[in-house]
Design a protein around this ligand. Structure first.
Ligand code: ADP
Length: 266
């Protein structure tokens, strides 16, 4: 299958909000059906996970350290593959994408990691622009989209600074800018505040809330109770390989989070 054909097939399906193809518009952005992930046969990480995320939702994914939050996100952006079950992104089974189609999927998914994953000796601008350069957009378009995005994340005027001179909170803002500059349909955040102090953590959470209010779907994995208490969003708990919908919020978690692995939590 040629490159242009793949983009014709995939790009329109994966655009946010009004850009969605009609065929995909009525479908949830993400559906996990009976998803299993097993690294060690005697201890499956995820067991029969069923989860539907509607377009425009903000969903917290929580659970003790080692519960499988990261693994769940990796399955969605296809850094890992499911052993059983299906993951549908805008109605499409991502397990069936060919290797050459995976970049097209990833263009519609922004990912933010705990450890930022920036290039420290590049400037702020370069770290964000790279996400558009790989798409071959004209330099003028790249410049203006990066400028708008840096303003959105509160880094207006910081484009020429080397990333390595920035604070942790600022670096995470750069990483968020890189994740959203291409206007992905969904942003996956994997413990994005794990390396930040509590005040900066709330700051970064606020940034994701703004991104969500602007129409982007957000899946935010964290085991920081303070963040979960601060924002009343839908809460999914991964525990013992299962996915639990915590409709009553944190109070429903009880002992789940009070394990040794999370003893450092408050
Ligand atoms: P969390 O993000 O909730 O802390 P992870 O998804 O990182 O949890 O890990 C879940 C479990 O899967 C852990 O026991 C971890 O050691 C294991 N695991 C994760 N990745 C791999 C891998 N590539 N190979 C083997 N085991 C893994």
């Amino acid at each position: 299958m040629g490159r242009s054909r793949i983009s014709t097939l995939f790009t329109p399906y994966f655009r946010p909000a009004g850009h969605f193809d009609r065929a995909a518009a009525h479908k949830p952005i993400l559906v996990l059906e009976e998803v299993m992930k097993v690294y060690r046969a005697d201890a499956p990480v995820l067991r029969h996970i069923d989860l539907t995320v509607e377009r425009g939702e903000f969903v917290f994914v929580t659970g003790p350290s080692g519960a499988g939050k990261s693994t769940l996100l990796k399955l969605i952006y296809r850094a890992e593959t499911v052993d059983e079950g299906r993951i549908l992104f805008c109605g499409r089974d991502i397990a069936r994408l060919t290797e050459e189609s995976i970049p097209h999927l990833r263009r519609n998914i922004g990912v933010v990691y705990q450890d930022f994953r920036l290039v420290p000796y590049w400037t702020v601008y370069e770290n964000v622009a790279v996400a558009l350069e790989v798409l071959g957009l004209p330099p003028k378009v790249i410049r203006s989209r990066v400028a708008v995005t840096l303003e959105r994340v509160g880094l207006d005027g910081r484009g020429d600074d080397l990333v390595r001179v920035l604070s942790g909170g600022e670096q995470q803002r750069v990483a968020v800018a890189r994740a959203i500059v291409n206007e992905p349909a969904i942003v996956l955040a994997d413990e994005p505040t794990g390396n930040l102090d509590p005040v900066l953590a709330l700051d970064i959470l606020g940034l994701f809330e703004e991104i969500h209010e602007a129409g982007t779907t957000v899946l935010f994995a964290t085991h920081d109770r303070t963040l979960l208490e601060t924002s009343p969003h839908r809460l999914i708990v991964i525990d013992d390989g299962r996915c639990i919908e915590a409709r009553d919020g944190l109070s429903q978690l009880g002992g789940v989070m009070d394990t040794d692995a999370t003893a450092s939590l408050h």
